[in-house]
Design a protein around this ligand. Structure first.
Ligand code: 5GP
Ligand code: ZN
Length: 115
């Protein structure tokens, strides 16, 4: 757990969240300010500042995160219509919380390219 990390505090239960999925490696919860009808964040329990902070030892963890995101998307009923994964990285990437998170967005048509 990293000190002063919002998402580490959410994992620890120090800040309440609306849990969608949890296991020993990842935690998924609803975004507090949804950008689509379904907007879920799935995060590794391990504190990684962003995706670029991952290394070879995180290979299985990143694979697990993605496969669990697929399960969450399916369980949320997004699989047929489609959905989008987003990993904002750094300042220009629009990252505001510096604990790696994958956005799962769906439930409406999503424009491309993003703003
Ligand atoms: P980023 O911009 O870093 O990719 O995404 C951060 C996301 O975290 C945003 O979509 C924002 O709405 C969400 N968020 C920020 N604070 C909280 C919080 O306290 N609880 C929850 N559930 N989501 C949060
Ligand atoms: Zn953290």
């Amino acid at each position: 757990m990293a000190e002063d990390c919002l998402f580490c505090k959410i994992i620890a239960g120090e800040i309440p969240s609306n849990k969608v999925y949890s296991d020993d490696q990842v935690y998924a919860f609803r975004d507090i300010n949804p950008a689509a009808p379904t907007h879920i964040l799935i995060i590794p329990r391990k504190h990684l500042t962003d995706v670029s902070a991952a290394s070879g030892e995180d290979q299985a963890l990143l694979g697990h995160l993605l496969l669990k995101a697929n399960e969450v998307a399916r369980a949320e009923g997004l699989a047929d219509a489609g959905y989008r994964y987003v990993i904002n990285t750094g300042k220009d990437g629009g990252q505001t919380v510096f604990h790696l998170h994958l956005h799962i967005l769906g439930g409406r048509h999503l424009d491309w390219p993003p703003g």
